[in-house]
Design a protein around this ligand. Sequence first.
Ligand code: HSE
Length: 406
Amino acid sequence: MAKVAVLGYGTVGSGVVEVLEKNAEAIKLKAGQEVEVKSVLDLRDFEGDPIQEKIVHDIDLIVNDPEIDVVVEVMGGVDVPFKFVSKCLEAGKSVCTSNKALVEAKGPQLLALAKEKNVNFQFEASVGGGIPIIRPLNTSLTADKILKVTGIMNGTTNFILTKMSNEGASYEEVLKEAQELGYAERNPEADVKGHDACRKIAILTSLYSGKTVKYGNITCEGITEVSNEDFAYAKELGCVIKLLASSYEKDGKIYAITAPFMIDKNHPLYNVNGVLNGIYVNGNMVGDLMFFGSGAGKLPTAAAVCADVVDCVRNLDRTLPVFWSEEELELGKTDDEVRAFFVRVKGTDINKAKEAFNDEINVVRVKGIDNEFAFFTEKMTEKEFNEAAAKLDVISRIRIDDTVLN
Ligand code: HSE
């Protein structure tokens, strides 16, 4: 029997215990032996809860327990989990985590340590919740050159944007609902400011490039500036606004960005709504791929962590290869990226907008929104856009993503 310890009995941690119990038979079959939770590390006691008898408060009780083969880290944060995960790997235990902050900040070091100790460090649930995306990139797509990844990778913000778009709900109201449903990070700023999605594209880009992409080097804008008026225009135009986390290769450089984008009905992510995530991948041989499913939430995320546990139990005596070196990847500059933009401008001086951009701009107006006009630009670099936009009184601008399935 393989014994597991869980660090953190929060939403995902309790989900991991539930999945391992509920699906014990199926997991035994797939893992080749029974898998049982022996210890759960948490600061709390959970008096009266059946988990109480497994609760420990000292990480060393887990680190020094020779029966424990696999440790699940679902605490959140970076510094303490890094210390605990390092200790566990040092002690010859495999570790599975859903903690993208830890994976983004320390992934290559922890992978190197796991390799040195002949164990595994797995992190499928760190991107896309229950959607398999790490394993496909690590295994199924190794013969492909990945040209583009673009995805809706944050359930909380997609839940908020979908409700604002479909129901006209207020931002605060929907954020509260997402938190109650267990989708949001402990600090929802990480969700709404785009940092969570940005970490996820940093992880995916690191995995397909084999080098380290730091999320702090990626242009990152959240959803806090997206307004009901922006949604009204999008609706009028048959478009939706989504927080996309993307990276792609162009002329030998990789560019990455996380920001709200306007997309039309031909875009593969147009119908990805609510807490669902969708990730589009394009490989030079395989072409288009779509990964779609629950991007957040207790059981989908826990199931992805438990699949890692099964993989670790199946491979207790060898390290599965993951290509992610500590060498930092120099990203292309956002200023050089080429795309079209949707712009809202104060006032009625359309000629000034034509002078700043060009004569062909298509002006859009929405009934009930006065003293402003909006238009799409042609494709141009971000630098050219910023220079032209600086000549106008811009209310908001939203980038356009025109990915289509081929
Ligand atoms: N807060 C994250 C989200 C959880 O909303 O997607 C899953 O990573």
